[in-house]
Design a protein around this ligand. Structure first.
Ligand code: GSH
Length: 224
């Protein structure tokens, strides 16, 4: 099976960061291509890989048989089905259910955080002031991280033990937002967030992002 991972601009696309992390951490062989968002290339991508509409999207090829898989939850399930030994999800069923619930919430909620704190791997805003809705999203995320550790008595450093699983990759874009917007976190949340940002696959992704030259105005603020 050959994998081609289509990513959004690495500077701005949080979901793309999650999958850069999953593929590299689990050492899954893949090629990737950045499709700059909201450009002609992006429109072309939508036509060529219909029904995919957003990035990232995974294009698989098995003996010339192509499949388009889009949307993060579906991509992670596909990888887990095809690479069961890698333990992309925690192997314990209770932990796996909790990890999936966390990913699903990450995927469908936190709208205030997403819209007020868009991912931007090139910036660091010292003066950002989260409003009440954003503060509530941040508190919920940190409460979820604490809940996992208390319920599953996980010594970490990752949420479900000493190695990274899909759920950690889903939270990496949140960690990047916390750093970009200089969010004050409790000690444990700050340590976990830094761990995600220091992962070699995240560092590699961030380094590639630094060399991009596209600028998306609605992800840029005049704050610092
Ligand atoms: N639900 C999608 C969300 C992906 C998403 O929001 N992708 C953004 C880039 S990070 C995108 O393609 N935006 C362009 C658009 O929505 O038109 C997933 O989980 O993969």
């Amino acid at each position: 099976m050959q994998y081609k991972l289509l990513l959004g601009n690495q500077v701005y696309s949080g979901w793309s960061l999650s999958f850069g992390l999953v593929f590299r951490h689990f050492n899954i062989d893949f090629e990737h291509q950045v499709v700059p968002l909201y450009t002609n290339e992006f429109e072309q991508f939508r036509k060529q890989y219909f029904p995919a509409r957003q990035l990232p999207a995974l294009i698989t090829d098995e003996d010339g048989d192509r499949q388009v898989i889009w949307d993060s939850l579906s991509i992670v399930e596909f990888l887990s089905d095809h690479h069961p030994k890698l333990e992309i999800w925690p192997s314990d069923p209770g932990m796996r259910a909790a990890a999936r619930s966390l990913c699903a919430e990450m995927h469908s909620a936190f709208k205030a955080l997403r819209s007020s704190m868009p991912v931007n791997l090139k910036r660091n805003y010292a003066a950002f002031q989260p409003n009440e809705e954003v503060r509530s999203d941040i508190q919920r995320i940190c409460a979820l991280w604490r809940w996992v550790r208390e319920l599953f008595v996980s010594d970490g450093p990752y949420l479900f033990g000493d190695t990274l699983s899909a759920v950690d990759a889903f939270f990496a874009p949140v960690a990047s937002r916390f750093r970009t917007y200089s969010i004050d976190l409790d000690e444990q949340s700050a340590a976990y967030s830094n761990l995600l940002l220091q992962h070699p696959a995240t560092l590699e992704f961030i380094e590639a992002a630094q060399s991009e030259s596209w600028r998306m105005e609605h992800n840029e603020f005049d704050l610092d």
